[in-house]
Write a protein that binds this ligand. Structure first.
Ligand code: GUN
Length: 296
């Protein structure tokens, strides 16, 4: 079997176009422009690229983008004061503090200072609790993007065996909660799971989010399974820099029913879902009906 390739780039373009349509309608009918504030502390090169891309995508869908770049030496009090200002600003509907923060800053304290209604990353402890108890929340962007692609491919997910490899707060845990919310039978596995291959082989849906290049190989994939690769690993092969996922693509694609490539799979969906979350936050804050299909 050769797997169907799930085109995240095309899907993300569709989501962004839907968001842009809703933005135009909000402007026309309510005089509202959804606004996203992104805070970057320090000079991490990868974070700088992410923030630049987020800014461009935000503008492209017609939203307002507010960028705050602070020096690596910024103190906690100054950062918390900026978050307080953004929390109080009615033009700002979404706030994202780019992670990782420099070591002297307490990420949990900073994230939990964000108004949960503006927490478009879904990292605030209130949103984590709401998601875990099946209540309406802001949902982390990467798992939300994976869920959208899975629903699009399968239709209903109820009753399917889902295995999530990875237990991070950003991807693994919320991904498992979302799949449970769609009535999958969910297993969370990780780098120390015994007989990982056997566990993975039970999966109708296999989500790889361990952060280890090409760790999931074809022999761990059930024939016909859907494989979602969240990994983005920069490696060197044959003297060239290469981007690979947590899945060994060639061997897995030979067995799977459907698979997301790296790049061009989950990656583009993350920013699209950030925009979708900003739209959702704007609608909720203003007591308006939120667009269907853009939330969990
Ligand atoms: N750094 C890497 N991924 C993310 C993300 O999804 N959100 C934030 N805030 N920082 C990140």
């Amino acid at each position: 079997m050769t797997a169907k390739v799930i085109d995240g780039k095309a899907f993300a373009a569709k989501v962004r176009a839907e968001v842009a349509e809703h933005v135009a309608r909000l402007k026309d009918e309510h005089g509202l422009t959804p606004g996203l504030a992104v805070v970057l502390v320090g000079e991490d090169p990868a974070s700088k690229v992410y923030v630049k891309n987020k800014h461009a995508s935000t503008i492209e869908v017609g939203m307002a983008s507010f960028e705050h770049r602070l020096s690596a030496e910024t103190g906690e009090a100054e950062l918390l004061a900026l978050i307080d200002t953004l929390n109080a600003d009615p033009a700002v509907h979404g706030i994202l503090v780019q992670l990782p923060l420099p070591g002297h800053l307490n990420s949990e304290l900073v994230i939990n200072r964000i108004d949960p209604a503006k927490d478009v990353d879904g990292f605030h402890i209130s949103n984590v609790g709401l998601l875990g108890t099946g209540q309406k929340s802001m949902v982390p962007c990467t798992p939300l993007g994976c869920l959208m692609m899975l629903r699009d491919h399968h239709g209903k997910l109820a009753g399917l065996n889902a295995v999530v490899v990875g237990r991070s707060n950003i991807v693994g845990k919320p991904m498992a909660q979302l799949l449970l919310g769609d009535s999958c039978t969910v297993t969370i596995a990780h780098s120390r799971t015994k007989d990982l291959a056997e566990v993975c082989k039970r999966a109708d849906i296999l989500v790889a989010a361990v952060g280890r290049p090409e760790m999931i190989t074809g022999d761990m994939v059930r024939p016909g399974a859907t494989v979602i690769d969240v990994g983005i690993n920069r490696i060197e092969r044959d003297g060239k820099a290469k981007l690979v996922g947590d899945v060994h693509y060639e061997s897995a694609a030979a067995v799977a029913g459907a698979i997301t490539p790296v790049p061009g799979g989950v990656g583009p969906m993350t920013i699209a879902c950030l925009l979708a979350n900003t739209m959702t936050a704007c609608c909720r804050t203003n007591g308006l009906a939120e667009p269907k299909g853009l939330t969990a």
